[in-house]
Design a protein around this ligand. Structure first.
Ligand code: OGA
Ligand code: NI
Length: 383
């Protein structure tokens, strides 16, 4: 059991209205509860954000960056490409990552099989208000006034408990695929984290908890996402804008577009699915560890009228008791040390302001509010 995640979630129970997804099949028009109004950001047209795998054009009069970098892990320059991508984008796509294609396909197949089940059957595996795992809306739902056009299924280690509720007799293939997938993702996450930290001049002595002998305790979460076909996609939201709280997230977005990354605070740049590639996202804890040199990217998922999109996000974090603190520029740490659990508490209370709240120079600014916020309490949000 990954106690840092589950303990934090227990102290922040969620209302059922933010757990139970809509009955997507029965609605033919977007209900008011699911209509999102437009914001100041601008979507970059797909034609402007498709790049040659190797090039990084700079000459558009739209954002300063238009195409999420694609990094081939066989490239001898991979470490410096990863570093540049993490500094500029906080996100990149990886190819030649070594995850067997048949496993990616089988995991996708099992994900589709789950979300294709009748609603009543999926609701049998509903996540509890204090729980982490099971079926339901993404946890960030409670931070927004409108509901998202998506459903999810969260797994930590073995999914057997909830999978048995979905398929009393036929859950073995699902469980086998998800367990194997997590094992492979863990290996790749460690490899990429090693590349990222190495590119900053850090090694296992600086980050002792990453040493192979300290890697046994589980500290990851697999989130299966489903974005059903939507009758009015331009006014709906698949997954609202957020950063991931992890160190690193690996996203398999299968073959349908929908993921977008916010660039320069204004441009939503699509991340095009590349067959077999995985999207790597810098999480907030990596942002802290690198003292802000690596950026955790704001991203969201949009929906469409034609295809039912699925994705699989693997969030990797540090062990429960480890304080994450800036390891770059020790003399000027921008962030206070936090454990994953503590950070999730900040995130539950402050959401997109969590990184600002733990800045060392924000102490004074937030002093008066930190006295009256207690962990586990859910404030009224302003969106
Ligand atoms: C996530 C996420 C994006 C997608 O699950 O945190 O950002 O494309 N998913 O599903
Ligand atoms: Ni995310």
């Amino acid at each position: 059991m990954n106690s840092s995640i589950s303990e934090s979630f227990k102290t922040n129970p969620i209302n059922l209205s933010h757990i139970i997804p809509l009955d997507f099949k029965s609605v033919h028009a977007l209900p008011d509860s699911h209509i999102w109004t437009h914001t100041k950001e601008v979507e970059v047209p797909i034609s402007k954000s498709i790049c040659n795998m190797k090039s990084n054009p700079t000459s558009y009069n739209t954002p300063s960056l238009v195409c999420v970098p694609v990094i081939d892990l066989f490239d001898s320059n991979a470490a410096s490409l990863v570093r540049r991508a993490c500094e500029k984008w906080g996100v990149f796509q990886v190819t030649n990552h070594g995850i067997p294609m048949h496993l990616m396909k089988e995991a996708e197949f099992q994900t589709r099989r789950l979300f294709a089940l009748p609603r009543d059957q999926k609701l049998r595996a509903l996540r509890s208000p204090e729980g982490v795992t099971g079926y339901g809306l993404a946890r960030i739902s409670k931070n927004f006034p409108k509901l998202m056009w998506s459903e999810g299924f969260t797994i930590m280690g073995s999914p057997a408990e909830h999978a048995r509720q979905l398929w009393p007799r036929h859950h073995a293939n699902f469980c086998g695929a998800m367990e194997e997938y997590q094992k492979e993702m863990k290996g790749l996450a460690l490899k990429l984290i090693g590349l990222m930290l190495g590119s900053l001049g850090l090694n296992y002595e600086d980050v002792k908890w990453l040493k192979p002998k300290n890697r046994s305790r589980p500290r990851a979460l697999l989130q299966l996402n489903s974005y059903p076909v939507c009758p009015d996609p331009t006014r709906a939201m698949g997954l609202a804008p957020h950063t991931d709280s992890s160190l690193l997230t690996l996203l398999n977005q299968s073959s349908i577009s929908g993921l977008q990354v916010l660039v320069d605070g204004i441009w939503w740049v699509p991340v095009h699915p590349i067959p077999g590639a995985l999207v790597a996202n810098v999480g907030d804890l990596m942002h802290i560890l690198s003292n802000g040199q690596f950026k955790s990217a704001v991203h969201r998922a949009v929906v469409n009228e034609v295809h039912h999109r699925i994705s699989m996000a693997y969030f990797y974090g540090p062990p429960t008791d480890v304080k994450i603190s800036p390891l770059i520029d020790h003399n000027h740490p921008l962030y206070q040390p936090v454990t994953w659990k503590e950070y999730l508490e900040y995130k539950a209370t402050h959401f997109d302001k969590a990184l600002e709240v733990i800045r060392t120079d924000a102490q004074k600014l937030y002093q008066h509010t930190s006295d009256d916020f207690s962990f586990g309490q859910w404030p009224n949000c302003t969106y």
